[in-house]
Design a protein around this ligand. Structure first.
Ligand SMILES: [Zn+2]
Length: 380
């Protein structure tokens, strides 16, 4: 007898007769006390995650049939029913809400202060009790939020499904990129097995990226509260990560099947699924600070010719791309070189080849911070 159940959540309609639904697949004992949550397509135009979900559902169905689910698992295969409907000029555009231009993975509620206010006199000396109290309080606060619009309702619903999970994986992809992972700094080294199992060549750490993406909304409250209440044990109880499944066009069954299998083994190693995972592969590279990432920007209009590709190691000052301006007549250069300000790994480049001043052309993971705390550390 399987444990799989499907729940539908209806978002408040933004247009008459157009209410959208969010589908969540639950496995295992929903009161197990251990929980993992995985979603794909919060940026709805990022395709690889949907195919990984397809293969993950296969793996979970088989594990469930074998009575192997140890925890409560929640899969949301299509996390953004608003974005997935936003077609324009032949392209799906699922990153920004057409209504207000807000990125679907930014500006999640930051409710640590509210939680702190409510738990400050009730925390004790048991980490386990503190975790339970904080989760209960977080659930009550989320339940009390009145979303201002459809996207806010979606954000609240996604958080309602995941705020009490031990593990949250938010599957994304970049433009043309290596597999990479974003994590809260306090979660590293404990979470190094995630990057190792996924084969992530770059892992980027921040305590606060400045814009509250989904994973941070789930995980950051724990170290915020731990800092605020140093006399009470408060562990980082939610390992939330944004997993960037390479580039937009990196969609294949072979790769998605392997990525799903890696996630499955990670969960198995964490005790959420019965059975032994194979030996953990070596971590490709040590994690680096998100504050050390250079978002390499164009300084001139033109057409970009990349001299480097994702995976290349570059030195500070090295030319990553050239911007070609065929109209240049001598008063300006036909070629504008774009140089890296850091030594590190090129982990993403843009997919199209048009530059305008200020546009991000490539992302390079350096080792030494080049940005201040509190700055927005993510791309738009
Ligand atoms: Zn994304």
């Amino acid at each position: 007898m399987g444990t799989k159940t499907i729940k539908q959540y209806t978002l408040p309609a933004a247009s008459l007769g157009n209410a959208r639904t969010l589908k969540a697949i639950h496995y295992g004992d929903q009161s197990a006390g251990r929980k993992a949550y995985i979603q794909a397509g919060l940026h709805a135009d990022e395709a690889p995650g949907f195919v990984v979900m397809h293969h993950l559902i296969d793996l979970f169905d088989r594990a469930d049939a074998g009575n192997k689910m140890e925890g409560h698992m929640v899969l949301v295969p299509v996390a953004n029913p608003i974005g997935i409907s936003q077609w324009r000029d032949e392209f799906l555009q699922g990153r920004f809400d057409f209504f207000n231009n807000i990125n679907f993975n930014r500006q999640y509620p930051d409710f640590a202060a509210q939680i702190a206010e409510q738990v400050k006199d009730r925390l004790g000396s048991s980490a386990e009790d503190n975790v339970a109290l904080i989760r209960k309080t977080a659930g009550e606060i989320l339940g009390g939020i009145s979303p201002a619009d459809e996207a806010a309702a979606l954000k609240r619903q996604l958080l309602m499904l995941s705020f009490d999970a031990d593990i949250v994986l938010d599957l994304h992809c970049d433009y043309q990129a290596l597999m990479h992972v974003y994590l809260g700094t306090p979660l590293w080294q404990e979470a190094a097995d995630l990057s190792a199992q996924l084969g992530a060549e770059v892992t980027l750490l921040a305590e606060d990226s400045g814009v509250t993406p989904y994973d941070e909304a789930c995980s950051r409250i724990w170290w915020q509260l731990a800092k605020k209440f140093p006399d009470h044990p408060i562990p980082s109880a939610c390992l939330a990560a944004t997993v960037e499944l390479r580039g937009m066009a990196d969609v294949s069954h072979a790769q998605a099947q392997q990525d799903a299998q890696n996630i499955f083994w990670f969960l198995q190693r964490r005790g959420l699924i019965k059975g032994a995972a194979p030996e953990l592969p070596p971590l490709p590279n040590e994690a680096t600070p998100l504050r050390a990432v250079e978002h390499l920007k164009a300084t001139a209009p033109g057409v970009v010719v990349f001299l480097k590709a994702p995976g290349d190691r570059v030195d500070k000052g090295e030319v990553i791309a050239e911007i070609v301006n065929p109209l240049a007549d001598g008063s300006e250069d036909r070629i504008t070189p774009v140089k890296s300000a850091v030594s590190g790994i090129v982990f993403s480049i843009n997919t199209d080849r048009y530059a305008r001043p200020g546009r991000i052309l490539a992302k390079i993971a350096g080792k030494e911070p080049i940005k201040e705390k509190g700055e927005n550390l993510l791309s738009p």
